[in-house]
Design a protein around this ligand. Structure first.
Ligand code: ARG
Length: 594
């Protein structure tokens, strides 16, 4: 596919520059909703304001109107463009007013572009393939995934999917918290509770519980606290027995994380904090030699321009911390992985941390914003109905697995209810209902998260998530199923559709057809938009718009049994494919029947 607004911008800019060489300005193209023209540009106004004295070289142009008129003449009305017209901005006198240039697309060119999509995959490739690191999910070991990990996991996966779809070389990184002081107490507790842990696998599958036991002792028993600290030092020193214990704990966590990732259909590669461990001492040494790291109040820090609080690289006890690891990770990603874009997902709480890390890396010459774009893709919290952090009845963070289970359970009920009055032959087995529930429940949970404005917190509500009306995953999946069922009813399988595409010309005629057709063609504009601002909710917006638009299309335009059936079926099929593409980008599985 092509990005129409970009195509128009390039075309118009080139055509205009052929006559007005000094106009270096790129034409801005806005898409227009509910106007007879589909696109417009305000750039003639800007050019006029910047070049009012152009009369010497172009004596015939004495107003913005005349400039806009001349530009309109220069725009070729072939291919995608049917016609061009100008319209006045505001109510002033003609010669003093600014003028927009409006662009009318050719519906037959639009239809032709759509027709190509019936028999080819929906693709949209970037012009410049980049190496991108997406650091997401990244839970801390020894604690289960909880509600706080939902957003980073879902948004990060979707971002990675989009980058991959557009042809970038993506490295999905799970920066798990597998290193740090908490391992001291965990391993010390393991030594006490399972003295033969090296020979006999200890029973620590309830790692959350095990963590709590260790923490309780750490807070109460002085001896244990001291031993825990010594154990950390031994771990960092590479003590074999301690390292074995560490590996066991990390493994148990990993198995538990992986179960959830599998359910959520998420792939990522583990590069935990420990991975950067050996890179830290030489990095710190080098930064000290370069005078970037300096002593302050017993710590070693990096002072960053315009930020008051320095980044602490070495704590007063000589240990490294979360900040130090992120410096090393940035260096590794840029110098070894050759990342040209780095996107890290965490909640807003870490904004300041990443401002510091980014600033410190620029100062240290690790990050050059001209060659590597760094984004902290941060997001708000998940709240309960009272606006408090979403917690379980016992006051703890809700486990992610119980969130998924409940979404599945409720969606399964929904499917059963839908079939309550149905004939016996369409009823399913319990197992089949469970499978559908899993797909609908998890897809809806993901959609609800993705559709939010990323920077705001949102209120979690199963009722809203699984509402079958409105902008929800359930509604969208139903719409998708409806399209599949129209195709099925008409006997249009892949083969037949290919034949129809060959024999029939897709025609966009009615207002609903034109509106839907244009929306589908605008997919690349949305994808490029997300690349810039990382607002994945725009993908949800277009998916929802497509769904409501196709709904109004088939409500007002008869499809099966109409003389225009073949053309309309093609439009349904392309809509289905675009929707499927969007579902995939959002990490949502689909069904063909409900
Ligand atoms: N483990 C961290 C946490 O749970 C998130 C890590 C994000 N990535 C990073 N490179 N710091 O808060």
């Amino acid at each position: 596919m092509i990005n129409i607004s970009k195509y128009l911008s390039d075309l118009i800019t080139d055509s205009v520059q052929a006559e007005f060489e000094e106009f270096k300005e790129k034409f801005v193209i806005n898409s227009e909703k509910d106007k007879p023209w589909q696109y417009s540009t305000p750039t003639a106004i800007k050019l006029w304001n910047m070049n009012k004295n152009m009369t010497s070289s172009y004596p015939f142009i004495k107003s913005c109107k005349e400039l806009a008129e001349r530009i309109s003449e220069l725009i070729p009305t072939t291919g995608m463009i049917e016609s061009v017209a100008i319209s006045k901005a505001g109510k002033g006198p003609d010669e003093k007013s600014g003028y927009f240039i409006n662009i009318y697309l050719s519906t037959s060119a639009m239809a032709q572009k759509l027709q190509e999509l019936v028999t080819t995959d929906i693709t949209y490739q970037t012009e410049k393939k980049l190496k991108v690191v997406v650091d997401f999910s990244s839970p801390n070991i020894a604690k289960n995934l909880h509600v706080g990990h939902l957003r980073t996991t879902i948004l990060g996966d979707s971002m990675a999917r989009l980058l991959e779809f557009m042809g970038h070389d993506v490295k999905r990184v799970n920066h798990i918290g597998d290193w740090g002081t908490q391992f001291g107490m965990l391993i010390a507790h393991m030594q006490d509770k399972y003295p033969d842990f090296l020979d006999q696998q200890p029973e620590i599958s309830d790692l959350d519980g095990f963590y709590k036991e260790a923490k309780k002792r750490f807070d109460k028993e002085e001896d244990f606290k001291t031993r825990s600290r010594e154990t950390v030092v031994k771990l960092q020193g590479g003590d074999q027995e301690i390292l074995e214990g560490w590996k066991m704990i990390v493994n148990v966590s990993r198995v538990q994380f992986d179960k959830i990732y599998k359910r959520l259909d998420i792939v990522n590669n583990e590069y935990g904090e420990s991975f950067y461990n050996d890179m830290i001492p030489p990095l710190v040494q080098k930064l000290e030699e370069d005078g970037i790291v300096v002593e302050d109040d017993g710590c070693k820090c990096i002072f960053i321009p315009k930020i008051k609080v320095p980044l602490i690289v070495v704590k007063s006890d000589g240990g490294y911390n979360y900040d130090t690891t992120d410096l090393a990770a940035m260096k590794y990603r840029i110098e070894v992985e050759k990342a040209e874009r780095i996107i890290v997902l965490t909640d807003m709480g870490q904004n300041f941390h990443f401002k510091q890390v980014e600033g410190a890396c620029i100062k240290a010459g690790i990050l050059d914003p001209k060659t590597t774009k760094f984004d902290h893709m941060c997001f708000g919290l998940i709240l309960d109905e009272n606006g408090e952090r979403f917690r379980s009845s016992s006051g703890e963070s809700v486990q992610l697995v119980s969130l998924l289970d409940e979404a599945k359970e409720r969606a399964t009920e929904l499917c059963k209810m839908k079939h309550e009055n149905a004939s016996e032959e369409i009823k399913l087995t319990e197992e089949e209902y469970q499978e559908r529930g899993e797909i609908i429940g998890l897809a809806s949970l993901k959609y609800y998260d993705l559709k939010q404005n990323r920077s705001s917190s949102y209120v979690f509500s199963y009722d809203r998530i699984l509402d079958s009306k409105g902008d929800t995953g359930v509604y969208l999946l139903y719409m998708y199923v409806r399209l599949c069922s129209i195709l099925r009813k008409g006997g249009y399988d892949e083969e037949r559709l290919a034949e129809v595409a060959k024999e029939t010309e897709l025609i966009l005629e009615t207002p609903e057809e034109i509106k839907l057709g244009l929306l589908l063609l605008r997919l690349p504009e949305y994808l490029d938009g997300v690349m810039n601002d990382l607002q994945l909710n725009m993908l949800c917006s277009i998916l929802y718009e497509v769904s409501t638009q196709v709904g109004s299309f088939y409500a007002n335009n008869k499809v099966l049994g109409d003389p225009k059936e073949a053309s309309r079926i093609l439009l349904i099929e392309i809509t289905r494919k675009v929707m499927k593409t969007l579902f995939e980008l959002l990490g949502m599985k689909t069904l063909e029947q409900i």
